[in-house]
Design a protein around this ligand. Structure first.
Ligand code: AMP
Length: 136
């Protein structure tokens, strides 16, 4: 199924494009957390980290670094969040992979403090072993 990002890549709908090469395109998020919030999107679609082409994903990170520096210069960002939502339960709404590059400013307060949980004694070690054994 075609996503809104494929339409942007095909120039069927407009976007404020800030960078493009053979592998990725980057444009401003239409509903930014802060002004300058950009998305880095692979031209050849994969959905998210679970089916990612790792070479392309590596290139997305490379481009995100360029954009992070550009945001320091262009909007005076003093920090940058790189965010990738993978799966509906992680907040993914557009199922064409994308890396958010979000400029941050002192006390901008754009994110709530996340909830935390804790481990019982020995639980983290047991879980670490299970996850370690599941890594392929
Ligand atoms: P996610 O929740 O990680 O899937 O984020 C999808 C992002 O795409 C959201 O931050 C939206 O604001 C953004 N978005 C959706 N449609 C467009 C569009 N036409 N142009 C730019 N950004 C968009």
């Amino acid at each position: 199924m075609s996503t809104i990002f494929e339409k942007i890549i095909a120039r069927e709908i407009p976007a404020a494009i800030i960078f493009e090469d053979d592998i990725v395109i980057s444009f401003l998020d239409i509903s930014p957390n802060n002004k300058g919030h950009a998305l880095v999107v692979p031209k050849k679609k994969f959905e998210n980290i679970f089916d990612a082409d790792l070479e392309v994903a590596g290139h997305m990170m490379h481009v995100a670094k360029k954009i992070a520096h550009a945001l320091q210069e262009a909007v005076g960002a003093t920090g940058v969040n790189l965010v990738m939502n993978n799966g509906a339960d992680a907040g993914q709404e557009v199922f064409h992979a994308h890396l958010h590059v979000i400029p941050r400013f002192p006390q901008d307060g754009i994110f709530q403090k996340p909830k935390h949980t804790s481990y019982e004694t020995g639980e983290a070690e047991k879980l670490a072993e299970e996850i370690k054994n599941a890594i392929r």
